[in-house]
Design a protein around this ligand. Structure first.
Ligand SMILES: CC(C)(COP(=O)(O)OP(=O)(O)OC[C@H]1O[C@@H](n2cnc3c(N)ncnc32)[C@H](O)[C@@H]1OP(=O)(O)O)[C@@H](O)C(=O)NCCC(=O)NCCS
Length: 158
């Protein structure tokens, strides 16, 4: 199946507090396996699922971590379990959310939206006024999440 992606932007970046108290911390080198497992779990059965195995997920994590902006990127924990990751990268001078991922059993509880709100707070504190995202067309969960936060679709990505 050929997938297409679209680009979304939010400008100016608006900040609202998260709906609940969330525990976050910076990404550590020791998170590699945990993040790979989180990604496999979260993407399984979604339109982005290409049947990746653990090694594929590790490679994806390595790519994301190599590019991430540490000062704006974090994981969300609940009882020391990593339940979400929210990473920021910079491409062509624009800050992008890449990726936002929530554990399957914690989806649809407001965690993704809260993680993005906290991420936007970090960006705005650093003077960033615009944030982008690229989303696979048909990823209805992600489209709903970003549109609901005020993002507008700019057009096809790439
Ligand atoms: C996309 C994702 C991060 C959303 O996280 P989440 O914590 O479940 O989202 P939230 O509970 O904060 O939902 C916020 C809003 O997003 C939208 N949304 C979330 N899941 C949705 C779904 N399955 N279908 C439609 N809309 C959805 C809704 O508008 C929702 O608001 P509502 O619950 O008040 O209706 C999560 O589904 C995920 O990890 N998916 C796999 C990884 C992925 O695709 N990441 C995005 C890469 S760009």
């Amino acid at each position: 199946m050929t997938r297409t992606r679209s680009e979304y932007r939010l400008s100016p970046v608006t900040v609202e507090p998260p709906s609940a108290e969330r525990v976050t911390r910076r990404v550590l080198g020791t998170d590699r396996d945990v993040l790979a497992a989180l990604m496999l779990d979260a993407y399984r059965g979604t339109i982005d699922d290409e049947g990746e195995d653990f090694d594929d997920a590790l490679a994806a994590v390595d790519q994301y971590v190599a590019l991430l902006q540490h000062e704006h990127s974090f994981v969300v924990t609940e009882d020391d379990r990593v339940v979400a990751m929210a990473f920021v990268t910079v491409f062509d001078g624009v800050h992008y959310v890449d990726p936002i991922v929530v554990a399957a059993d914690r989806k649809r509880t407001g965690l993704g939206r809260d993680a993005l709100r906290m991420l936007f707070g970090s960006l705005v504190s650093a003077g960033v006024t615009e944030v982008g995202a690229t989303i696979t067309d048909g990823n209805t969960a992600s489209e709903g999440l970003f549109l609901g936060l005020g993002f507008a679709r700019r057009g096809p990505w790439g």
